[in-house]
Design a protein around this ligand. Structure first.
Ligand code: ATP
Ligand code: MG
Length: 477
């Protein structure tokens, strides 16, 4: 209306200037400012456009009534998006903003190095002028961050293995992959809640620590050593870590690796944002020992490389050396059932940043398992579980796997599950106490016999003191 008015009122030579003037006039009095985020920025794809699209697809943040739904290839999640020329309202730190998705037909192909899509797409963000700074300072960063998080969550992650024994696939990768769909999460992991929170904070710190690692000149990687008896959740913990951070897992089968250089190649072919796992690392110590016996290889921390076997030093270079930082944001996890068997070179501080003991089932861990399998909350546990459980559970030394087994078997009959669990705990703790008593008795009798032996020795050797080195009786000596 205004434009046609202008056309009649103003002569053609003034028309353009007047439109410009009125535009400025209105925008001056408008309470809003607008930001256009176009899909193609010159010739490049605009990262921000993709991020906004993904961000608006997170169902929690949107209030639109008309949405377009998409599901990517290989993705298990459906994403929502704004339909063409539709708008929706989002709020951030108490400020309301409005997004509009604008799609127009591209008029005539302009010259470009690559074909452009027929439609011109973009988002327009409308905010009140007084909130302009919030948008520029933090809202768009927040959108980018959220989008990255979603991208990681939506994509199915992969579990890689090198079990082909060094042969390469069609794309020249020594790794073979399958979609990784392990359901274990930190919520389902039964362990001490404080320790769990500490590990989760450590992982988050690591994932968000790019600038810290940059500033301190450290490679952006972290090592965790998980140790404890079988069935205490070491593998479950790795899966929970991967699910928590949205990382891929590289399960490194050391027995399939023949040389240190092969190990290095494997490392080079891993991607960032991944967890590299070596399970049962104590088994690799044999490899070192074999090497030592050959008198060819290196000892712990040595430098030599026998050329045709994998050595501990090769393994340490793998996690620690210059090669370890090709790529970035990588986590190394070693697991073992026998920490005492590990070479001290692997344990020294700084090598593995965090040693995590996966222990037998404790009472707080038991509560998590009861919640997982029987749906018991805190009050159910108090009501259904005899008080003595808390006292005997540590002595029983049952692994979370043992407890899970009892609960899974009886998951349809909760009362029975609890009865059976309590019986198992009692039996195990009694057996354990009995064994301890027996051990104590054996120890005592051993001590007694030692004492007898000592007295006997004192009696028989009284003379020796005087004649010092003349005692030729080996027993007495
Ligand atoms: N801490 C735990 N929390 C929840 N479930 C657990 C836990 N520990 C064990 N389980 C259950 O027991 C099974 C075996 O656990 P897992 O494979 O993680 O043990 P592990 O410590 O890796 O054993 P291994 O040393 O033999 O490799 C899992 O499927 C899981 O369901
Ligand atoms: Mg395991």
């Amino acid at each position: 209306f205004f434009q046609s008015l202008l056309q009649t009122v103003f002569p053609p030579e003034l028309r353009f200037a007047s439109i410009k003037f009125f535009n400025r006039f209105f925008s001056y009095f408008s309470a809003y400012c607008y930001y256009d985020i176009t899909e193609i920025d010159g010739v490049n794809t605009n990262e921000l456009y993709n991020a906004v699209q993904l961000y608006l697809s997170s169902s929690a943040s949107i209030t639109g009534t008309r949405l377009s739904l998409t599901r990517g290839l290989n993705s298990s999640a459906i994403t929502f998006g704004l339909s063409n020329n539709d708008r929706l309202v989002d709020s951030y730190k108490g400020v309301t903003v409005e997004w509009e998705h604008i799609v127009t037909q591209r008029q005539g192909q302009t010259f470009s190095w690559r074909p452009l899509p027929e439609e011109k797409r973009g988002f327009t963000l409308r905010v009140r002028k007084k909130n302009k700074h919030l948008v520029l300072d933090s809202y768009l960063d927040f959108v980018m961050e959220k989008a990255n998080e979603l991208r990681r969550k939506n994509q199915d992650r992969l579990l890689y293995t090198n079990s082909k024994g060094g042969s390469l696939d069609a794309r020249g990768s020594p790794w073979e992959s399958v979609p990784f769909k392990h359901p274990s999460t930190f919520a389902t992991l039964a362990m001490d809640p404080l320790k769990k929170a500490e590990i989760m904070a450590d992982l988050k710190d690591f994932a968000n620590g790019e600038s810290f690692y940059q500033k301190t000149g450290r490679a952006w990687k972290r090592g965790y050593l998980l140790y404890g008896p079988p069935g205490t959740g070491k593998s479950s913990m790795i899966a929970a870590m991967a699910n928590y951070l949205g990382y891929d897992i590289y399960d490194l089968e050391l027995t399939e690796v023949n040389t240190n250089s092969e190990l290095r190649k494997l490392l080079m072919k891993t991607s960032s944002k991944s967890i590299i796992v070596i399970e049962d690392i104590d088994c690799s110590i044999n490899i070192t020992n074999r090497n030592k016996n050959d008198h060819r290889g290196a000892g712990a921390g040595g430098n030599s490389d026998s050329g045709n076997t994998i050595t501990l030093s090769g393994l340490l270079n793998f996690t620690d050396g210059l090669w370890s930082c090709c790529g970035s944001e990588r986590i190394f996890v070693f697991t073992t059932n026998h920490i005492e068997k590990l070479d001290p070179a692997l344990l020294r501080s700084g090598r593995m940043d965090m040693h995590i003991h996966m222990s037998y089932c404790t009472f707080p861990a038991l509560k998590i398992l009861l919640k997982n399998y029987l749906g018991y909350d805190e009050s159910d546990v108090e009501r259904e579980l005899p008080a003595e459980v808390e006292e005997i559970i540590d002595a029983a030394e049952m692994t979370p796997a043992d407890v899970s087994e009892v609960l899974i078997r009886n998951r349809r009959d909760k009362k029975r599950a609890v009865v059976e669990l309590v019986a198992a705990l009692k039996l195990r703790s009694k057996r354990k106490l009995k064994n301890e008593d027996e051990d104590e008795e054996q120890e005592k009798s051993a001590l007694d016999s030692d004492k007898d032996g000592f007295e006997h020795f004192q009696e028989n050797c009284r003379g020796c003191e005087e004649k010092d080195d003349e005692c030729i009786d080996e027993d007495k000596e």
